[in-house]
Design a protein around this ligand. Sequence first.
Ligand SMILES: [Zn+2]
Length: 201
Amino acid sequence: MPMDKMDLWKKALSLRKELGEDTTSPIDIFALAYTIEKLSIVYYPMGNNISGVCIRGTGNNVVAINSTMTLGRQHFSMAHELYHLYFDDDESTAVCAKTIGVGSEREKQADQFASYLLMPPDALSDVIKRLKKSGSSKLSLNDVVRLEQYFSISRQAILYRLIGENELTMQEADSMRKNVIRSAVRLGYDDTLYRSTPKDK
Ligand SMILES: [Zn+2]
C-alpha cells in the first residue's frame, strides 16, 4: 500500500476504534455517526451534484447528507464527511461533489478514507478471496453485487474501490454501472440500498 493510502487507512482504523468498532466488520455508519458528540446530522435533498456538506463550528458541528441519493451512496457520503470532521486540516466548510474520486486532493483523500472506513482492506480481500474460490479468478457482476450488499455501499463506491485495488479494469467496471437494481434483485436482494430514503423518514 502506498504511503498516502496507508496513512488514510490508519486514520480510518483509529476512527473505527474510537467509535468502538473492530478492524474488519461491516459497520452501520449512520448509527455510529449518531453516537458522535457535538454533531448534528441532517438529511436533506440537495439536488444532483452535491453528496454532502460538513460544517465545523466552535460549539457544534453539522453534517448534511443529500437524501435524494441512494442509501448506499448516503452511507459513503457519511463516511466521507467524517473525514472532514476528524482529519481535514482545512477547517472551512466542505461541500462535497457527487462523483467519487475526483476534485481537490482534500476530496480525493476523503473518498479514499470513506472507502477504507467502510471496507477495511483485510475484510475486502477476504471476501474477494471467498468469492473467487467459487468461480473464476476475475470478479463477476454477481460478485460485485455481493460485495456492495455486504458492505452496504453504492455500486459507484464499490467499483471505485475495485478499480483502485486492480480487481477490475475501468472497462469492466463501466460495464457494471447500468441496471444496478436489476442485477441485485435478480440475486434475491431487495432494492433498499439502491433507493433514496423515503420522504417521511
Ligand atoms: Zn468532501
